[in-house]
Design a protein. Structure first.
Length: 655
C-alpha cells in the first residue's frame, strides 16, 4: 500500500523537477537574450557616428570614438526622458493610429509605401550592379534554358533569388519594371507580415499597425526598391516564418494539428529562405530558443523541430540533387561558404568584403575553393584568437553602423544620382531613422527591466533572438549594413512596442496628475498638427517631384503648386482633427488662407534663395524650407487661425 502510494509522489516529484529545470533554462536564456539585446542597442548607438565619421575622415579615430560615446549617452538620456518629454505626443500618435478601421489602415499603409517607392524609382532610376546584376544574369540563363552558371562557377551563387526572378525575366527581360514590380509585391507581403507578426507576437493591434507604418516608410527599404535585391525576399519571408513558429500559442490544446500545419508552413518558408540566403540554414535555432523560452517539453520541441527540418529538407533537396548531378558530391545549396569564411578571417581581412584573402582560394576549382577556405579560416581563428575577437567586434560595428545600403546601391553604385549632397542626405535620413529605432528599443528595455522577466514574453524575446542570430553570424562571416536587413521587421516591431510603452507611460502620468495643473495642450496639438502636416507634405513632395522631373516645370513653380495643393488638405485636417475649431469655416478659412499665403511667399523665397543663390539641390532645399515654414504655420494657426482652446479636448485625447 505504501509503495503504491509512493508512486504518484515519485511521478509528481519527477514532473516538478522537470518543470523546475525548464523554468531555470527559460530564465537563463531570457537573461542572456535581454543582456545581448541591450549590448547590441548600445553598440548600434556607438557604431553609427563612429562609422559615419571614419567613412568621411579615415584618420579621425579619436574624434569618431568620442562621437560614438556621446551618442550612447544621448541615446540613453533620450530613452529615459522620452516618455516624459514627448509621451503625450506619442500618446496622441498612437490614438490616431488606432482610430481608422483596420482594413482602411492597412490599405493606407500599402498605398503610402507604394507611392513612396514609385516616387523614389521615378526620381532616382538605377541600373543593376554587382550582386544584383549577377542574379539577373543567372535568372536570364534559366529563363533561356541555359545552364545555371556564371564566371565559371555552377553553384557559387545561391539559387533562390534567380529562381524567383526567372518568370519575371521571362516576361520582362532585364527591363527594370520587371524586378521593380517584384519588389513592390514583396513589399505588400512585408507590410501584411509586419502587421500580423506585431499583433500576434506582442498581443497588440497598435504595435502591428505601427509596424506596418514603419515598413511602409522605412528609408532603407524604400531606397532598395529600385534595385534587384535578394534581401527584400528575406524581409518578406521572415515575419511569416515567425508567425508560423509562434502559431501554436494561439490555439488550444485540442487544436494541436493546427500547430503541426504551422510547422509545415514554417519549414517550407525556412527552406525557401535558405535557398535565397544559405546563412539562414541555422534559422531553426530561433525555433529552439522560442520553445525553450515557452518551457515546452523535450518531446514537443523535438517533434516540432523535426517537422520543420523535414519540410526545409524537402524544399532544398531538389537543388541538392541538381548539385550532386553536376559535381558528383553533396553540396546542399552553394559553394561559397568556405571562401567567404576565409576572406572574412585571415590576416588581410577587414570585416567587410575583400576580393581575396592572404591565400587566393578564389582561383581554385569551385569545390576545392570552398573546402580549402574552411580549412584556412578555422586554422587562422584557432591560432589567432585575439585577432579574431578584435575583428569580430569590428564586424559588429559594420553590421550595426549603417542602415543606408539602399542609398548606396541605388544612388551611388546604381548611378541614381551624380549629386554627392543628395547621396549624403539620403544616407543621413536613413541612419537618423536607424538611430531613432535603437533609442525606442532602449526605451522598451528600460521600461520593462523593472518588471524583471515578467516584462519580456517569449514572443518578444524571440523577435530579439532573430536579430541576434544575424548579429552573431556576421560577427564571424563577412559583415556590413546590408546583412541586418533581413531582420528589420522583427526590430521594427520592437520599435513599435517602444512607442506604445512610452504612450502608456504618458497616459499613466496624466492619470496620476488629478491634483496638479493640466499640461498645456501644445504637445498634443503639435502631434496632430505634425501628422496632418506630414500627410500634406507628402502630397507636396509628390507634386514637386513629378512636375519638376516629368513635367518640365521649374523647381520654384513646381514647389509652389505643390504647396498650394497641400494647403487645402492641411486646412481640412487641422480644422476637424488638430484644433477641433468651433469658429465658422468662413472666418477660419480666411485666416488660414492669409497664413498660407504668407507661407507660400516664404516657401518661394526660401526655395529661390537656397537653389538660386546658395546652389543647393532642390530636394534638400525643399526639406529645409518645409521645416522653417512648418514652424511659422503651427504658431500662426494655433494663435490666430483656429485659436486653440483650454486644452480639455487634448487632455481627453491623451487620456
Amino acid at each position: 500500500m505504501s509503495m503504491e502510494a509512493s508512486r504518484p509522489d515519485a511521478g509528481e516529484a519527477r514532473s516538478a523537477g522537470a518543470t523546475s529545470l525548464a523554468g531555470s533554462v527559460s530564465a537563463l536564456l531570457a537573461l542572456l537574450v535581454i543582456g545581448c539585446m541591450l549590448l547590441v542597442a548600445l553598440e548600434a548607438l556607438f557604431a553609427v557616428p563612429l562609422l559615419s565619421i571614419l567613412t568621411l575622415w579615415p584618420d579621425a579615430g579619436a574624434a569618431a570614438t568620442v562621437a560614438g560615446a556621446v551618442m550612447v549617452c544621448a541615446g540613453i538620456f533620450a530613452a529615459v526622458l522620452l516618455p516624459r518629454l514627448a509621451g503625450s505626443w506619442l500618446a496622441s500618435v498612437t490614438d490616431l493610429i488606432k482610430a481608422p478601421p483596420l482594413r482602411a489602415w492597412l490599405l493606407g499603409m500599402l498605398l503610402l509605401g507604394l507611392v513612396l517607392r514609385l516616387v523614389w524609382v521615378s526620381v532616382f532610376p538605377s541600373v543593376p550592379a554587382s550582386d544584383g546584376a549577377t542574379y539577373l544574369q543567372l535568372a536570364q540563363s534559366l529563363a533561356s534554358g541555359e545552364p545555371y552558371e556564371t564566371a565559371g562557377t555552377r553553384a557559387y551563387w545561391p539559387p533562390g533569388y534567380p529562381l524567383l526572378l526567372t518568370p519575371v525575366v521571362a516576361i520582362a527581360g532585364t527591363a527594370s519594371w520587371g524586378y521593380i514590380g517584384l519588389n513592390l509585391v514583396l513589399f505588400a507581403f512585408s507590410v501584411a507580415g509586419a502587421y500580423v507578426l506585431g499583433a500576434r507576437a506582442l498581443g497588440s493591434e497598435t504595435v502591428g499597425r505601427l509596424a506596418a507604418l514603419l515598413v511602409a516608410v522605412w528609408p532603407n527599404l524604400v531606397m532598395m526598391s529600385s534595385v534587384p535585391a535578394k534581401e527584400l525576399v528575406i524581409v518578406a519571408l521572415i515575419p511569416w516564418w515567425l508567425v508560423a513558429v509562434m502559431a501554436v500559442d494561439h490555439h488550444g490544446p485540442s487544436e494541436r494539428s493546427i500547430a503541426w500545419r504551422s510547422m509545415l508552413g514554417a519549414g517550407t518558408l525556412g527552406g525557401a529562405a535558405a535557398l535565397v540566403q544559405p546563412s539562414l540554414l541555422l534559422l531553426p535555432a530561433v525555433l529552439i530558443l522560442y520553445d525553450l523560452l515557452a518551457r515546452r517539453g523535450f518531446w514537443c520541441l523535438s517533434a516540432r523541430l523535426g517537422v520543420l527540418l523535414l519540410c526545409m529538407a524537402l524544399v532544398i533537396v531538389p537543388w541538392t540533387a541538381r548539385n550532386y548531378a553536376v559535381f558528383g558530391e553533396v553540396v546542399p545549396i552553394s559553394t561559397n561558404g568556405g571562401s567567404n569564411l576565409y576572406r572574412a578571417n585571415n590576416p588581410l581581412a577587414t570585416g567587410g568584403y575583400v576580393a581575396q584573402g592572404e591565400v587566393d582560394v578564389e582561383s581554385l576549382p569551385e569545390l576545392e575553393s570552398s573546402s580549402r577556405g574552411f580549412e584556412l579560416a578555422v586554422d587562422w581563428i584557432v591560432n589567432h584568437p585575439t585577432a579574431f575577437l578584435e575583428l569580430a567586434v569590428w564586424k559588429q560595428v559594420l553590421f550595426l553602423g549603417d542602415d543606408a545600403n539602399g542609398a548606396y546601391e541605388s544612388l551611388k553604385r546604381g548611378g541614381g544620382t551624380d549629386s554627392t549632397a543628395t547621396y549624403a542626405l539620403a544616407k543621413a535620413a536613413a541612419n537618423a531613422a536607424w538611430l531613432g529605432a535603437w533609442v525606442l528599443l532602449l526605451l522598451l528595455l528600460f521600461r520593462r527591466l523593472p518588471l524583471r522577466l515578467d516584462g519580456f514574453s517569449p514572443p518578444l524575446l524571440t523577435l530579439f533572438g532573430t536579430f541576434l542570430y544575424l548579429w552573431a553570424l556576421h560577427s564571424v562571416f563577412e559583415s556590413g549594413g546590408r546583412y541586418h536587413v533581413p531582420a528589420l521587421i522583427p526590430l521594427l516591431i520592437c520599435t513599435g512596442a517602444g512607442v506604445v510603452d512610452a504612450a502608456s507611460r504618458a497616459k499613466r502620468l496624466v492619470g496620476e496628475s488629478d491634483n496638479r495643473e493640466r499640461p498645456a495642450p501644445v504637445l498634443g496639438e503639435l502631434a496632430l498638427f505634425t501628422v496632418a502636416g506630414a500627410i500634406a507634405t507628402l502630397l507636396q513632395f509628390v507634386i514637386l517631384i513629378l512636375l519638376s522631373t516629368r513635367g518640365g516645370v521649374p523647381v520654384v513653380l513646381a514647389s509652389t503648386i505643390g504647396y498650394a495643393a497641400a494647403a487645402g488638405l492641411n486646412y481640412l485636417l487641422n480644422y476637424h482633427l488638430t484644433f477641433r475649431a468651433s469658429r465658422a469655416h468662413g472666418s477660419s478659412a480666411t485666416r488660414f488662407a492669409m497664413v498660407v499665403l504668407t507661407g507660400i511667399g516664404l516657401n518661394a523665397l526660401l526655395m529661390a534663395l537656397l537653389t538660386g543663390i546658395v546652389g543647393a539641390p532642390y530636394l534638400p532645399a525643399q526639406a529645409v524650407t518645409v521645416v522653417l515654414v512648418f514652424i511659422w504655420n503651427f504658431a500662426a494657426h494655433r494663435a490666430w487661425s483656429f485659436q486653440s482652446g483650454s486644452g480639455a479636448s487634448v487632455a481627453r485625447r491623451v487620456q
